[in-house]
Design a protein around this ligand. Structure first.
Ligand code: KIV
Length: 261
């Protein structure tokens, strides 16, 4: 059954929301229906594109991958990220979010926001685009902040996050992604907001959780953040498989007669 915004919103306080990223149709079709939401995250810049951070990802690349994931997803709710530099002004945000909606087939968009983007969120929502603000640690600010900095460590920061989230909710945000935030702060946000929260590195108190698929399944091992739980040793399994394949070819064992015409 297709997951909609309404079915997601009804889960708040009743059932946790499971989210995973995907960047292509094949993997998306494997994840489809097993999780409530699939995110075409800008983490694709690193785990797929080989970059060191999310900043180099272009809007065209995001659109291409969103279209691909859309072709693999029939049941889960599909959300696409707005890449760095694709929403510098409200007009640009509206133009690009509209493309992710119309051409990419996204059910919603995610956008890294602070105070200065509240009106932008309002404008997107006014135009019929479902918006999930990404708050707390915002990876697109990695270079600007000189690293990945956990948020909500001071009372002041926690209060600022709460007031930002409440403003964004008033602007029509349907849900929040809370990254890299002290667990008590994320839990407090979850309790104070009517919209649901999806956490990553923000403790168990959120309404749902997301992981980057290549982290969760052990394919990306350049660094593993503390919050990642590995559900598969993907890289090792694939290494074993590719070695066996190459060995069979070199030893003349592949293909055999059954595999030949
Ligand atoms: O781009 C991404 O994958 C994200 C993660 C925080 C889930 O935004």
């Amino acid at each position: 059954m297709k997951t909609t915004l309404t079915t997601l919103q009804k889960k708040k306080g009743k059932e946790k929301i499971a989210v995973i990223t995907a960047y292509d149709a094949l993997f998306a079709s494997i994840f489809d229906g097993e999780v409530d939401m699939i995110l075409v995250g800008d983490s694709l810049s690193m785990s797929f594109g080989g970059h060191k951070d999310t900043i180099p990802l272009s809007f065209d690349d995001m659109l291409y991958h969103t279209k691909a994931v859309r072709r693999g997803v029939k049941e889960s709710f599909l959300i696409a990220d707005m890449p760095f530099g694709s929403y510098n002004t409200t007009d640009e945000a509206l133009k690009n979010a509209t493309r992710l909606y119309k051409e990419g087939g996204a059910d919603a968009i995610k956008i890294e926001v602070g105070e200065s983007k509240i009106e932008m969120v309002e404008k997107l929502v006014d135009n019929g685009i479902a918006v999930m603000p990404h708050i707390g640690l915002k990876p697109q600010f990695y270079r600007f902040e000189g690293g990945y900095k956990i948020k909500g460590k001071s009372q002041n920061e926690a209060e600022e996050m709460l007031s930002l989230a409440l403003e964004l909710e008033k602007s029509g945000a349907f849900g929040f992604l809370i990254e890299g935030t002290k667990k008590e702060v994320a839990e407090n946000l979850t309790n104070k907001l009517s919209a649901f929260t999806i956490g990553i590195g923000s403790g168990v108190g959120c309404d749902g959780q997301v992981l980057v698929w290549s982290d969760a399944f052990g394919f990306f091992d350049e660094f593993t953040p503390k919050f990642v739980r590995k559900y598969l040793n993907g890289k090792e399994l694939l290494k074993d498989a590719i070695r066996a394949y190459a060995r069979d070819i070199k030893e003349g064992k592949f293909p055999n007669d059954n595999e030949s015409y």
